[in-house]
Ligand binder design. Sequence first.
Ligand code: SF4
Length: 799
Amino acid sequence: MIKRREFAKLSALAAATAAAQQRAFGAAPTAAASDIQWDKAPCRFCGTGCHVRVGVKDGRVVAIEGDQLAEVNKGLLCVKGYHVGLALYGKDRLTQPLLRRNGVLEPISWEEAVEMISQRILAAPDKFAIYGSGQWTIPEGYAANKFIKGGLSSNHIDPNARLCMASAVTGFLSVYGVDEPSGCYDDFDKCDVLILWGNNMAEMHPVLFSRFIDRRTRGEKVTLIDIGTRRTRTTEFADHYLEFRPHSDLAIMNGIAYLLIKSGTYDKTFVERFCNFRKAPKDPAATPTAPLLGDAMSFDDYKAALEPYTPEHVEKLSGVPAENIRMLAGLFGRKDIRITSTWCMGFNQHSRGTNANRLCHGIHLLSGHYGKPGDAPTSLTGQPSACGTAREVGTMCHFLPGGRVILNPEHRKETEKIWNVPEGRINAKIGHHTVLMWEKFCTPADKGGDISTLWVQVTNPGQSLPNLHKLFKAKAGQPDKFLIVSDVYHTATTELADLVLPSALWVEKNGMYGNSERRTQQWFRMVKPPGEARDDCWQMLAVARRLHDLGHPGMKDKDGKFLFTFKNDKGEEVPVWDWPRYYDINVDKALFEEYRAFSRYKHKDLAPYDEYVKARGLRWPVVQQADGSWRETKFRFSEFDDSYVKKGAEIQFYHSVTKDDKALIWFAPAEKAAEEPDAEFPFWLCTGRVLEHWHTGSMTRRIPQLHAAMPHAYVEMHPDDAREHGFANGESILIKTRRGELKLPVWIDGRGHPPRGSLFIPFFDERLLCNDLTLGEVDPISKEPDYKKCAATVLRATL
Ligand code: SF4
């Protein structure tokens, strides 16, 4: 895969990276390293948002070190972070636009590419959609959002964040009336007990996991409880491991609530002062807004609804011994300890993901384990800017920037005002969410497939979408469907692309991300992208300008000016759509300052761009002080830290769904999974990630050290199941579901240890696409698919 000369270059970077790691931990810089230019950036990979220092020499990134000034990681990085610089230098970087002609991708010019996209949009603007991700920088996502919603009057835009944290969003919105965690990573430093709900934190958020576990080496007594469906590296550090039957997590949480009330150990004062009760409506799809409001219920109704969830009944449903349900409830019932609950994909990629999120918030609220450092329910994200771009900028098909929603006429009006576009420009109809967008794109036009041109930026749906045969591969052989892909490497998605656009990556462009703890981060371009690769944001602006020149009325504001008009310090307009002029001004700064105007409405206040240049990120709301300085907020809704809480209120949920400053404790029943094992498909199949690779592996598989450490996908299986089927460790076997089949080597007693009757496959390997097997079933409220549970069978593979 890698030629000798290229390997030598990569090895040099790896060596420099290793040297930098030593520097990061205190050694003096060497003379040879002294001509390296250093600057700060958040890591390109996961949602933790560690900061790295990037060393540049002769126009190339040559070293990476953990940033000791960064509160998130305090100089530490994980194995991906230490190698992040190598993501730029895979030998097959895309360097020129490519158009598919007669089945072959051939080079074309940027002018031709921009013209082609513009003409397709002009021909059918309502059949055009944008699919982005939480890897878009904040300004990129903002520009794409404004382009399609404020320019094309269409809401067919969604990020792949729909596939990873949409249920966390609907959970936060329906409990507190506003998205994102109230606490922050400081909770991991302060809690006495950390409960991980279906969350393999040791591999997925290793730096945060170290931040917690390292407290033990300092002599602190901290308890880790791992509640999962298979043993992982996280389990090795756990004081308690509670293995539950897939999909029964709601029963466990109801069981805890039942015991808290039964024993009288719930926090009566906290509940009376700060909470109301709600139950999920019978038909969440009945009206678009009702699912987040729910139906009112009294405390007594709530208590009665929990009656069936005795520890013994919960044991029957979940497989978790009744005594362990009592142990959990006992911890929540104590007032002398602080408990943090953390989750990620286990709750979110769940066909009842919204309810799983709600119930977790609910047991914290019910027990009063809320609102103090270390006492918090807090979700983690997988992508570097899932929070900053997907959630805050509102690049989802039903959102507008700053927590506003498409369905609210006032919100549309306010957005139109800030964008200076005519009233009514923003379409009042919600666009297609991810699964629907791809279904419509893959369905022939005469059968209702109303999306004909789809532009993908910064993501790899050809690998990450569920049920790939239906939602991606069905595009093949439909000549009227046109797929545009902006990326840095060829991926499973470019396999079906009609037009491929080469993009700049990470420090090859200016950027801003927002991590899992509401921290907005900024960096500057440090090196130039290879060949003709260009910023994703520029690509969007260039198409917008071409549409403007072709006479599309939506590309003009109320005053007849181009939607993306930027001026330099002298007040002169800069034609940023002309690539050589793009960096004449800081487009990121201009877009961010415009976007900042949206942030106050939901108290997600952002500071001016220049404040982020100085900082290693700031957690919103960032509030200006009397002396002109800007102060971040670590703990929202708590009087001791949040300046928006009324004096004397102690806790104030100032975006309360019920408009009385109270949060909602929801009841939701435990239900069956969308697909469960049966005689024909007797195994549960779960999919997920591994430490070495970031998501679909399109970057990390090009980093030799990471690729060598984890070269291919596999299927984990319990030794007794393997013995029963006569499978040897490493043998290639066939996994089948109702949607497809896949041949994989079996790994017995490997990294993870599934129980009998369960399988696990990681999704990083584009040659072994586990999403050929997964289910397209979504949570009815968040529309997030369930990647964690479907029914499968195993067979001996034939050659
Ligand atoms: S991959 Fe995540 S945990 Fe690892 S260094 Fe990057 S941001 Fe930190």
